[in-house]
Each structure stands twice: as C-alpha cells, then as structure tokens.
Design a protein around this ligand. Structure first.
Ligand code: COA
Length: 261
C-alpha cells in the first residue's frame, strides 16, 4: 500500500513506521492519522512482523502535535469528534495492538505527538528530544488520551505540572519521570530500538500478545477519564480563548488570553 505521509520499512520480524512530514515537524493531520491506522492494522495482521518501531522523519521532530491549521476553525461538536475518532483510530488502537510498538522519539514529541508516544508500549528517546503537552497554551486541553496516560507513567503531580504549564521537558527529565525507558545519542536511537526489538522478536508472539492484554487490563478502569477528556476537549472549541490561542499560533505571535469561555 502506498502512503502519502508515512514510510514503512521491514527488516526480518521488525517493521519501522516513519511519519514523514518533516516540513510540518510531522504534525498529525487527518490523512496521517488515517494512514497510521491502516499501517498498524496491516502490520498487526502480518504474521512475519513481531515488533513495530514508530519514529519521525528528520532530526528535529518525532511529532510536533496534532495539525493546528486543520482544527483551528472547528466547532465544539467537531472538536469532540476529532478527539473521539482519533482515540479510536490511532491512540487506543495502538495501545491495544497485540504486536508491541516501541516509540523511538527523535526530537519534539509535543501534544498529540507525546500522546502518540504514550500510546506505544514503551519509549526510547534521543538526547535532543523534548516532550510536552502544550495544549493549554492554545486554549485547549490534550484530547488524545494525554490527561489519562501521562499520569499513569509520570505520576499525577508531574503530569498535572506538565499539563497546566504546557512546558517541555528534556529527555533526561523524561527518563527520570518514567516517560521514556532509555536516552541515547540521536545517531544511536534506531540501532538501539532495533536491538531491543530483536530481543522481543525472539520471544513467543502469542505469549507477548497475552502479556500486553494483561498489563493493559490493569489500566482499563479509567473509561470515565477518557470520556471526560473528550467532552472537555470539545468544550474548549467554543471558547474565545481557543480562538485566540490557535489564531496566535498560526499568526506566529504570543496568545493573549482573557479567560472568556
Ligand atoms: N500543527 C501544524 N503545524 C505545525 C505544528 C502543528 N502542531 N508544529 C509545527 N508546525 C509547522 C509550523 O507551523 C511551521 O510551518 P511553516 O514553515 O509552514 O510556517 C513548521 O511546522 C516548522 O515549525 P516552526 O514553528 O517554524 O519550528 P520551530 O523550530 O521554530 O519551533 C516548535 C518548533 C515545535 C516549538 C513549534 O513548531 C511549535 O510550538 N509547534 C506546535 C506545538 C504544539 O502546540 N503542539 C500541540 C498541538 S495540539
């Protein structure tokens, strides 16, 4: 299958998916989300593939978030639909795959980009990586599971700090807070990811699929959290602050929030 915004390489039992919109720092637009869904579904059903590595094109970004230019004019209902469809097609979909997915974070992992990495089964980062959930600086909240998955990994206090400040952390701090398992120089990132993937590929795919199911089952009692996130994300789209935040980003200026709902 030919894709516009992603590349797939296969080496033995390992598939590498590269999100390939480097000029837009690999931001997730609608097409990219749909292509990623198709690629993950295809690889999940490919008996030759036992591990998937997900990374971004270029040295600057893994993914710099959802594509702001695509949703800036959305209504609350469209915002809610964006979050729920995205969660179903990509974020929950990846988390629940029986093929393990390693995020190889090679630069900025912001907003939807960090949320995508958090949906993967674990994460390795390059030493130039920067991670954050900057949504509140745009007048919106994380809508792809970030309010649920970040506290699971980093703890509630650190997650809350990251979400309400919108600030980025570097790779070392991300390692300290368990967002990433290892940090390596950027030129070693793929090699290490492939090495770890190789170890996984020697094990029983059936046992691995049951292990993922069991680990995930322990975190399934937050359905209300995900539903509240989707509803609150949609609500932001009806606010003056959201219009100001997204317009300011697109006009490359700092937002001036008034707190108007
Ligand atoms: N959505 C849409 N376009 C994006 C994007 C996003 N999330 N992130 C980056 N881009 C685009 C920029 O608009 C720019 O496009 P242009 O060259 O056509 O103007 C291009 O990618 C390069 O980004 P730029 O901002 O010029 O790079 P930088 O090195 O100065 O800054 C970032 C890098 C990551 C700090 C900055 O791009 C940024 O803040 N991005 C948005 C992050 C965000 O808020 N994500 C959450 C979205 S919900």
């Amino acid at each position: 299958m030919d894709f516009e915004n992603i590349l797939i390489d296969k080496e033995g039992y390992i598939a590498i998916i590269t999100i390939d919109r480097p000029k837009k720092l690999n931001a997730l637009n609608r097409i990219t989300i749909s292509e990623l869904h198709k690629a993950f579904a295809q690889l999940e059903n490919d008996r030759e593939i036992r591990v998937i590595i997900l990374t971004g094109s270029g040295e600057k970004a893994f993914v710099a978030g959802a594509d702001i230019s695509e949703f800036a004019g959305f209504s609350p209902a469209q915002g809610e639909q964006l979050a729920s469809e995205g969660q179903e097609l990509l974020f929950n979909f990846v988390e629940n795959l029986s093929t393990p997915v390693i995020a190889a974070i090679n630069g900025f992992a912001l907003g939807g980009g960090l949320e995508l990495a958090l949906s993967c089964h674990f994460r390795i980062a390059s030493d130039n990586a920067k991670l954050g959930l900057p949504e509140v600086s745009l007048g919106v909240i994380p809508g792809y599971g970030g309010t649920q998955r970040l506290p699971q990994l980093a703890g509630r206090g650190k997650a809350m700090e990251m979400i309400v400040t919108g600030a980025m952390i570097d790779a070392k701090e991300a390692e300290r807070y368990h967002l990433v398992n290892r940090v390596v120089p950027v030129e070693e990132l793929l090699d290490l990811s492939i090495k770890i993937a190789g170890r996984i590929a020697n094990n029983s795919p059936v046992a691995i699929s049951y292990a993922i199911k069991a680990v995930n089952a322990g975190f399934k009692n937050n359905a209300l959290g995900f539903a509240t996130e989707i509803e609150s994300f949609g609500a932001c789209f009806g606010t003056e602050d959201f219009r100001e935040g997204t317009t300011a980003f697109l006009e490359k200026r700092k937002a001036k929030f008034t707190g108007t709902r």
